[in-house]
Design a protein around this ligand. Structure first.
Ligand SMILES: [Zn+2]
Length: 342
């Protein structure tokens, strides 16, 4: 005990005489007295060797010593703050580690581009729920129960009677806008749709669509063609060749499918266009009078056109992607190839 007290007195003298010359000095002092293996800690460890009746006295001496050692350190704390800058091993001249910036999904990029093109033509966006009732998904669109065209769009039913299902097309959002009855209507509805398909390189149980609808007095097939011509030129380039082929959809009459000249081979025939020189990009037509009537719009007064395209299909054509499944596999090596301006 006496020996320890003498030792502490010696340390006190040392502390009293100490004046750090710089940050390094102060740090050495801290390590010597206050560090985890420092003198203060070691002295507290000696406590167990002090006889019980003198523990209190020794404890007081120790605490006093500790406070003294700490006070000295604090006295020069300004040095300490500078020390963190000069003594640390950070080299501020090194280039920073870059943050990895993600990219937008190719489907989102193409979807946004499609939206921007139609927005410039005055179309606004209308979105609807992904879980729909039978009326909005089928019946209102001139697909009554037992209509054979329903087979092409077999889907996932959530419940029967009443029927609720995952929508097979974003036209259901258009029905809701038509029912709201504010004319004229000029909308596009982008969104995810679901179909009961076997998953393969060319088909998936979910995909994305953009559908458009324009209803007003005196809307004609010429308006439809001009609008889609403009879209193709903006999307695929000024000199893209276009053709319309007659087709059938229950909700439009007349109906057409639109092809563009294969931009891989320029129309001479290749694998992408299956040697035809053309690739199909969308379906369209004049809104069937029955659909207008179903939604409370007078077909004698109003006409309109509608079109719909799969975003996956456009993206695959645009970027030469051969397998639809890549879009939903979340493989970063695939996704980071589509760096766009965010
Ligand atoms: Zn081709």
């Amino acid at each position: 005990m006496e020996q320890l007290v003498q030792q502490i007195a010696a340390y006190k003298d040392e502390i009293a005489a100490f004046t750090p010359a710089g940050a390094a000095d102060l740090e050495q002092y801290r390590i010597k007295f206050l560090g985890t293996k420092g003198i203060v800690k070691a002295l507290f460890g000696e406590m167990k060797q002090v006889p019980n009746d003198r523990k209190k006295e020794f404890g007081q001496i120790l605490n006093e010593f500790k406070q003294l050692a700490e006070a000295k350190y604090e006295q020069f704390s300004e040095l300490k703050d500078n020390a963190s800058a000069s003594d640390s091993h950070i080299d501020y001249t090194l280039p920073a580690e870059p943050h990895r910036l993600g990219t937008r999904h190719p489907i989102s990029q193409v979807r946004n581009k499609i939206i921007r093109i139609f927005e410039r033509l005055g179309f606004t966006i209308a979105e609807g729920p992904e879980i729909e009732d039978d009326w909005h998904n089928f019946t209102a669109l001139n697909l009554p129960e037992n209509h054979p065209a329903r087979d092409m769009q077999d889907t996932f039913f959530i419940s029967k009677n009443p029927d609720w299902l995952l929508r097979t097309q974003t036209s259901s959002a258009q029905v809701r806008v038509m029912e709201a009855g504010k004319l004229p209507i000029r909308i596009i509805s982008p969104g995810r749709v679901y179909r009961n398909e076997t998953i393969s390189a060319r088909a998936h149980c979910f995909f994305h669509q953009v559908e458009g609808l324009y209803i007003d007095e005196n809307v004609s097939f010429a308006d439809l063609k001009q609008t889609l011509y403009h879209f193709v030129k903006e999307m695929f380039g000024e000199n893209t060749g276009i053709r319309f082929r007659p087709s059938y959809f229950p909700f439009t009459e007349p109906s057409a499918e639109m092809d563009i000249v294969c931009f891989i081979c320029g129309g001479t025939g290749c694998n992408v266009c299956k040697q035809t020189g053309w690739v199909e990009i969308l379906g369209c037509g004049m809104v069937h009078p029955k659909v207008l009537a179903n939604c409370g719009i007078d077909p004698e007064k109003y006409t309109g056109f509608a079109f719909g395209m799969g975003i996956e299909r456009i993206t695959m054509l645009k970027y030469q992607i051969k397998d639809l499944r890549l879009f939903s596999e979340n493989d970063v090596r695939f996704l980071e190839q589509f760096e766009g301006t965010i």
